[in-house]
Design a binder for this molecule. Sequence first.
Ligand code: AGP
Length: 596
Amino acid sequence: MVKCMCGIIGCLLDNKRAAPVLLNCVKKLEYRGYDSVGIATSSSDIKIKKDSGKIDDVHKNLDLDDLPGDMGIAHVRWATHGLPTKENAHPQTDCKDNIAVVHNGIIENYKELKDQLIGEGHQFKSETDTEVIPHLIEKYVEMGNNLESATRLAIGDIKGSYAIAAICRDEPNKVVGARKESPLIVGKGENEYFIASDAPAILEHTNKVIYLEDHEMVVLSEEGIEIKDIKGNVIKKEIFTIDWTPDMAEKGGYAHFMLKEIHEQPEAVKKTLLGESEIKKMVKKFPDFNRVCFVACGTSFHASLIGKYLFENLVGIPTDVSLASEFEYSADTLDEKTLVIFITQSGETADTLKALRLVNHMAKTLAIVNVLGSTVTREAEYVIYTRAGPEIGVAATKTYVSQLACIYLLAIYMSGKMELMEKLQNIPEYMETALQKEELIKEIAQKYKDSRDFFFIGRGFSFPTAMEGALKLKEITYIHGEGYAAGELKHGPLALIDEGVPVVAVTPPGKSHDKTLSNVEEVKARGAHVIGLGSSEDGVLKYEVHDMIEFEDEIDEMFSSMPYVIPLQLLSYYISVMKSIDPDKPKNLAKCVTVE
Ligand code: AGP
């Protein structure tokens, strides 16, 4: 089966060709998938251009924007199973190419539906699960339904998750959309209407959006936007104004989004700290909690680990951290006295959403999210927004430090240790200084770019920072990197340390410093090349290591996580570029992981 975690777009414009607009919008969704792309527009009949490959490459060969008609749909695909081929690229069509559909999600019962449709005479052209949708719509249209009711009947047959957009040759001024468990928003411009997987894709055209809920449908037509429930009843929905601007989703002179986003981090933290009063109000309303549990994936999981150290040290409350994908296997000890904090930049991660749905009604839920109106924000009891702006690079950077800023605010307010606010307010300045190390980090990257393995070590607050450094390295350089608790090395991984293996030691001043230093000596004795991150006043560390990245002495371990992660992000970024990898679109990965 070909599963997708993709981006979809649909638009109906006012006397303007849709294909160039669709191409522009779908490019903004490329972070969601980049193994195939396709556009379908409708005028007298449906015209489709699609192929496997990155959008720019496919566009060079096919002139994707050269299609007639002022309405259409587009798709960028990220396959987890099956080949990214032209046939499997979306839009997928019915037998007569009268109906075209783009889809993000997984049709779980596609096999039985496909067999049944084949039995009824339908002919399939791809291996995708999606292709059953246009054939189902075709079947219901032939039974006398219009596109809207045929789509409603078709999704009634489907089990699984979907955000879809469908068009039909015989109804040339209509785009129908529907969602269940995959994100879909509606954009309302001046006499032009959009549906999209997320808001940055359409920001150039409108910042007025409606968030669809599961089992809702939308019809874009010359009369405007109509949202309906699954039974066909019209529903009134709130229109949100997004304060992100189109240039926030542009590279702004940087070579890659990731580099731009790394540089935006001090500002992102400053803006997130401005949310202090909302957090203060929220904390005042909290009941008494006797336990905190963080749930997240990937980089958001690393932010959660810092949360554990902070909550246990500052608030003095037992705190667990769970990988969202593991949560269901240990969830039943929660009660009303537990605060479960879900961290997710996208607010759409399937594993995190599933865990949230398991917890709701068992314990109190709080979500820390970057994307306004995303599914997690609508299902959690309390929501805190990070104010990082849109993050396009697949590797999380500015959303990570913004999540950390929220966690610090929360821990400070829950502990009442307001004297720590000053230290937190100084962080963006320290992050600015960390960014000034770029040239030095480039040199270090050049030195170690051909290494086969990297180790990142740290203790306490620095352990998650080490793990995050290793994740960034794996994700965008394809080099094997291990983030290890420094004290754990001697329990196994020390056997992997040989002559010249780079070990990055995260060693800020504080309780863990001396012990990490002993571990530095251990790896050096086995031939490792140590890159030290520590205080500019730390003469001993400087003496021990081969390369040193210095920070202000005032940054102790408890407040080190935001500034200290910056050189690690830059190190991976430059190695990635030196290896001619596109750090914004690493292979096999997607920004928003909407499958479990
Ligand atoms: C980070 O660089 C990764 N792209 C990934 O680990 C990410 O943090 C994870 O998939 C969770 O995403 P979320 O924050 O949107 O839930």
